[in-house]
Design a protein around this ligand. Structure first.
Ligand SMILES: Nc1nc2c(ncn2[C@@H]2O[C@H](COP(=O)(O)OP(=O)(O)OP(=O)(O)O)[C@@H](O)[C@H]2O)c(=O)[nH]1
Ligand SMILES: [Mg+2]
Length: 270
């Protein structure tokens, strides 16, 4: 990936060089708007658009944005392969390009670039909450909100997160959220080559891997805004993958707990 020399973030020099990976599939009505907002809210933060050969011309639009702004880069993929697969390819590219902080953000305006400073401060710890290895812009911590979300979407998100907490036993309120910042070292410790989640369950997969690696995950409140333009890519197949994988991970974790408890009993009685 060629580009301009990378500069550390001005307000957070300790964080180093920051890039937001933005996956796109048919976001032609949103992309210029969201990239423009991001570049003006955070001029020191670069953008890597990962487009899955969108039929509506999003990829070509991304190329035009990159041609006029050296802080914007594009990764073209050959076809639609899911959100998780797009992020894995984007992370790989961003790591190879030498970024120190690699973020995630949707292209549809649900994640507001004007709130990225909360995540940067949360990662650096300059907001008084302590340094972290992964920071999540969260809808379901105090101060977090959703705007214009239909009740059934809120119920699905809250219910999904409850299921994740119960089954995986992780103390994260918004494990499915996709407005995030990872440190380079965090991603390097997650065995990305072993990730099999292709859809939105990728988000849950990565937060649970981060916690299992003993790293610090923090949630900072954000205001999440329902998309105003373009179609949602959420589908029955995407939801089914989430349910199937989370249930399988949960059962595996429970079996491991039982084995550990059984092992302890035997040690005591022998
Ligand atoms: N490259 C790529 N991007 C994708 C794919 N699926 C979704 N996206 C992008 O991922 C982001 C999130 O997708 P959305 O459709 O907004 O999903 P969502 O936020 O759960 O659904 P809504 O709330 O209804 O918008 C958007 O920027 C999409 O364009 C995919 O298969 N490949
Ligand atoms: Mg969306």
């Amino acid at each position: 990936m060629s580009g301009p020399p990378l500069q550390p973030h001005g307000a957070h020099p300790d964080l180093g060089r920051v890039v937001m990976v933005v996956p796109t599939y048919d976001e032609v009505d949103n992309l210029a708007w969201i990239v423009g907002r991001l570049r003006s809210a955070q001029p020191d933060v670069h953008v890597l658009v990962v487009d899955d050969a969108s039929p509506d011309g999003t990829g070509e639009l991304a190329d035009r944005l990159a041609a006029t702004d050296p802080g914007v880069r594009v990764l073209h993929r050959t076809g639609r392969a899911g959100l998780g697969a797009a992020y894995l390819a984007g992370f790989d590219e961003a790591l190879r390009a030498g970024y120190d902080v690699i973020g995630e953000m949707d292209a549809d305006g649900s994640h507001q670039p004007e709130q990225l400073d909360r995540l940067l401060a949360g990662l650096a710890g300059t907001d008084g909450g302590g340094r972290s290895d992964l920071v999540i812009g969260s809808r379901w911590v105090p101060g977090g909100t959703v705007v214009n979300w239909p009740l059934h979407r809120e119920a699905l998100s809250r219910g999904g997160n409850l299921y994740v907490r119960l089954l995986l036993g992780i103390d994260v309120r918004d494990a499915t959220a996709g407005f995030r910042l990872y440190r380079r070292d965090t991603l390097r410790r997650l065995d990305l080559a072993g990730v099999r989640s292709t859809g939105y369950v990728f988000q849950t997969d990565l937060v649970s891997r981060t916690l299992r690696a003993g790293l610090v995950v923090r949630e900072v409140p954000i205001e999440f805004v329902e998309r105003a333009r373009g179609d949602s890519k959420m589908s029955g197949a995407v939801a089914a993958e989430s349910l199937r994988r989370i249930t399988a991970w949960g059962l595996r974790e429970r079996r491991a707990q039982v084995r550990r408890a059984w092992g302890r009993r035997r040690t005591v009685t022998v």
